[in-house]
Ligand binder design. Sequence first.
Ligand code: MG
Length: 168
Amino acid sequence: MVKDEKLMHKTAVDLLHERGVYEEDIAELVIFLQKKYIVDLSLDECLKHVESVLKKREVQNAILTGIQLDILAEKNQLMSPLQDIVTEDEGLFGIDEILALSIVNVYGSIGFTNYGYIDKVKPGILERLNSHEGNEVHTFLDDIVGAIAASAASRLAHDNPSKSEITK
Ligand code: MG
């Protein structure tokens, strides 16, 4: 079982790397979300929380599922009309956001606020994932990355209740 857990974690993290997303990119998003509330917030501190989020089974499940669908869309292997919907990242689709919510769900209400905000502003790596350049499809990945960052920011806030938004 432990071996299986390690394998799930490694597979999910490797997949993120293959798609050009590194833990540091997500930690930068956490800084973006929390720097107003926590003085002297370091990248290392954020990285710790990102790594903890990535150890959750729910998060790994969402990563595996979402990236799989992105890859199948890139290979033109989805059924019609899903193929076009995912490739074109159609605004009314919404399942990408719903899948990502399964990540945020684990971390309570502050995670939802952060997720909504980061999805709107799209800072850092989210801007690149949303650029729709070349043949790459990141319809699911952008929401997953935003949700991991929002969840890590939520963990961080719970660790620093006096300094963060959570006291509001
Ligand atoms: Mg999306």
